[in-house]
Design a protein around this ligand. Structure first.
Ligand code: PGA
Length: 248
């Protein structure tokens, strides 16, 4: 049985003071449900959020990590640094990092290898841009991203993975993929994992949809058979909205 995961991606929003205020408000609304909730926040907010959410079951994630164990990489953060402060998840390969920070399938793959040497669960983001969908290439693009990301990983490792299908044209645009489009790609991603590994592995992977998920569309997205959760950007910044999505 896969436990759905609804994760907020705060991107570069909220100071620590604002993050703590969010946590205090969110905790008042939060009731333990069958859904796992997480907030992926900027690095400087992680320790405060871990402390604020202690004992609640609400998990905390980072949004990036470096692929080396340690070294002369000014400005970077290692998986051991994240693990030390109790980070539960780490987003890898978000389209904004692919677009603005030269993230490639190769660096995504190295980051997954590095995270799997810790207890941190990676949330691997994949998804096509609009031109690729318009050209009918979305499956090909996502398959290439998946195969590149998973190269050299074992079935045991991949069975712990979370994948977020985020069509780039639906991120922050208010334009959601239809539940059917999202469901179709999530099913396809599971098939790609089955072809690379086996049924047991692909049955365990949590596959989320992300891109303009909000209270008004969460129910129909979450009720799709192949969708095990959501990666939520804008709507995760507001406690009541994020809680409504969790309660879909
Ligand atoms: P959005 O962002 O919900 O604001 O579209 C999703 C994401 O980038 O993960």
């Amino acid at each position: 049985m896969r436990i759905p995961l609804i994760a907020g991606n705060w991107k570069m929003f909220k100071t620590t003071k604002e993050a703590v205020a969010f946590a205090e408000e969110f905790k008042k609304l939060y009731k333990d449900t069958d859904v796992r909730a997480a907030i992926c926040a900027p690095y400087t907010q992680l320790t405060a959020l871990k402390a604020a959410f202690e004992g609640t079951g609400i998990a905390v994630g980072a949004q990036n990590v470096h692929f080396e164990v340690q070294g002369a990489y000014t400005g970077e953060i290692s998986s051991a640094m994240l693990e030390e402060i109790g980070v539960d998840y780490c987003i890898v390969g978000h389209s904004e990092r692919r677009q603005y920070f030269n993230e490639t399938d190769e660096t995504v793959n190295k980051k997954l290898h590095q995270l799997f040497s810790t207890e941190i669960v990676p949330i691997l983001c994949v998804g096509e841009v609009l031109e690729e969908r318009d050209a009918g290439k979305e499956f090909e693009v996502v398959k290439t991203q998946m195969e590149g990301a998973l190269a050299g990983l074992t079935g045991d490792q991949v069975s712990r993975l979370v994948v977020a299908y985020e069509p780039v044209w639906a991120i922050g645009t208010g334009r959601t993929a239809s539940p059917e489009q999202a469901n179709e790609m999530c099913a396809y991603i599971r098939k790609v994992i089955e072809d690379l590994y086996d049924e047991e592995v692909c049955d365990r992977v949590i596959i989320q949809y992300g891109g303009s998920v909000k209270p008004s569309n969460a129910t129909e997205i979450m009720n799709m058979d192949e969708i095990d959760g959501a990666l939520v950007g804008g709507a995760s910044l507001i406690p009541a909205d994020f809680m409504e999505i969790i309660n879909f």
